[in-house]
Design a protein around this ligand. Sequence first.
Ligand code: NAI
Length: 413
Amino acid sequence: MPGSAQPTSFPKSDIKILLLENVHQSAHEIFRHEGFQIEAIGGALSEDELVAKLESGVHLLGIRSKTRVTERALAAGKRLLSIGAFCIGTNQIDLEAAKVRGVPVFNAPFSNTRSVAELVIGEIVMLSRQLGDRSREVHEGKWRKIATNSFEVRGKTLGIIGYGHIGSQVGVLAEAMGMRVISYDIRPTLPMGNNKSVNSLEALLRTSDFVTLHVPETPQTKNMMGESELGKMKEGACLLNLSRGTVVDVEALAQAIKNKKLGGAALDVYPEEPEKNSDDFKSILRGLPNLVLTPHIGGSTSEAQEAIGREVANVLARFTNTGATTGAVNFPAVDLPMAEGAHRVLNVHRNVPGVLRDILKLVSDRNANVIAQQLATDPTIGYLIMDLDKEVAGDVRNAIAVLDTSIRTRMLF
Ligand code: NAI
């Protein structure tokens, strides 16, 4: 358990964590082990409810995707140290407003990597055997026992676009089924197993029997699979998109399926997705043959939920205990190893010239020595972790806290 043996400036049992939206029990266990006070609420809170809770003195807030953390809520959270988003996306949080108040936000971007990779493998086989269509027909009472356009995946070429966490896992699993794997990425990557990287998107599209997308949503990836790219794919090849909805031009895809340029496709993400499970899904893709459509469930497994619980709880505990911000989505990354016997001061400040000079003067005025320090900045804020050799750290903390450049100052021990 990270930092669990380390004392904080106030007893851990005084640290209050509010967990909303059924955050997984794996997180509760970690916070219980830390000795934090846990309040758990099953659903999301409205802005007014969240404001009231944060005003009551919450130190750590854990949410999933449905609780909106607005600037008003953040302003109410005078004691708030950090927010954990127990999910992948962080759009529900006003990240900038959190940052300028000195509140780092953590999420779990990679806890569901394996879940997505496994679904991709399952869907490659589904597309190869037209399983979606056959299954639907049998449900409807139709018996179409046919071998036309059904293939083994062994020996076929899988082209992976975006060879990051998910893409590289897909490549390893696909090879185990006897597929030949090639990948294309904009950055140099280290191919796993016998995977081979190719140096152009076109080379990948022209030689792959299956093309699977694992890129982030960026201006460069918007509609990166449009009419022209689909046109470069092999006749009868299949496309899979379990990355982001904006990556594929769905009108062009629908056309490519209708005119049989492509043999099929599997999509888990869409340019527009229903907000709630009760909302209708509207798309020109509905009803087309050998088109496997899933409701953005690529990462939705029990294992992923448990891993997300552990990952985010660990980084929140680590931040509380050591000040480390590695992996925070809105904050400069600072992660200073703990020095034996040191007294640690954490300071978030406005990024203007002279702040470090002012802080070091306060330290030397008190005859204290800096054992180690680490500073990182972004255009708006700076974040400093400083280890002092003397018990004066509390005094230094108080002096730093009243500097008009300081946003938030905390002492650990
Ligand atoms: P990652 O950041 O580990 O990998 C993305 C890779 O894409 C990187 O290697 C990057 O260099 C590459 N890339 C970026 N722009 C590119 C371009 N224009 N052309 C080629 N390569 C490019 O991300 P990770 O974790 O593998 O996730 C991939 C995607 O899957 C993300 O969009 C993520 O949002 C999505 N995702 C979807 C889930 C679902 O439920 N369907 C669940 C989890 C992630």
